[in-house]
Design a protein around this ligand. Structure first.
Ligand SMILES: C[S@@+](CC[C@H](N)C(=O)[O-])C[C@H]1O[C@@H](n2cnc3c(N)ncnc32)[C@H](O)[C@@H]1O
Length: 194
């Protein structure tokens, strides 16, 4: 496991209750937009946290697996939500090639170093079927005050870089926008494996 991942996940294990209470929100308009492009039922929710989005997708009729490295988050998900959940590092995913119809990646890339993002996108491409859909929500580059004792890696990206890396890894951009939520600017991109 990467050193920065270990520190990040330790933070989520320590603060899982706070995250569940204040930050685990299904952004319905965004996830519905993603659903609208899907051509099949098998979905991976990457860094699912406490499992709220996985649960939403299952309730909408999808066969969704949520993965996260925080045991606290996954235990909560298993107890409280519908769906399958597994403790797994998104840098070390164990799936067959072309397995999923869709990957939902909400607030996950933020916990990768910038130089590691292209490889991650390449791995997403591998496990998606042809025409599979990747939905990404991630913080846009902006000023941010880091709170005390926050051990997470927190990488903010810009739309241009992300679009380039997606194109480099055989994804066609089918929808993109930025939005403001919780005093932060976010990037929302949906792309299709070519
Ligand atoms: C900001 S939360 C996002 C949760 C959920 N996707 C959402 O949108 O609310 C980030 C999650 O990423 C997980 N995480 C961080 N690095 C990870 C890694 N390398 N593999 C799997 N999960 C990771 C953390 O444990 C945490 O639950």
């Amino acid at each position: 496991m990467k050193k920065y991942t270990k520190k990040t996940v330790k933070f989520y294990d320590l603060h899982s209750k706070e995250y569940i209470q204040h930050s685990a929100v299904v952004l319905e308009d965004k996830i519905n937009k993603f659903i609208g492009f899907l051509g099949g039922k098998k979905i991976l929710d990457v860094a699912c946290g406490p499992g709220h989005d996985t649960d939403y997708l299952v309730r909408k009729g999808f066969d969704c697996l949520g993965i996260d490295l925080s045991e606290k988050m996954i235990n909560f998900a298993k107890k409280n939500y519908k769906g399958k959940f597994q403790v797994m590092d998104f840098f070390d995913m164990k799936f067959r090639d072309s397995y999923f119809n869709g990957i939902w990646c909400s607030s996950a890339l933020v916990h990768a170093e910038k130089r590691d993002v292209p490889q991650l996108l390449k791995n997403f491409n591998k496990i998606l079927r042809k025409n599979g859909i990747l939905g990404i929500i991630t913080p846009s580059k902006q000023d941010r005050i880091k709170r005390k004792n926050d051990t997470r890696i927190f990488t903010m990206l810009n739309m241009k870089d992300l679009k380039k890396w997606l194109a480099d890894n055989n994804f066609e951009i089918i929808f993109s926008k930025t939005f403001i939520y919780g005093n932060m600017k976010w990037i929302f991109i949906i792309s299709r494996k070519e």
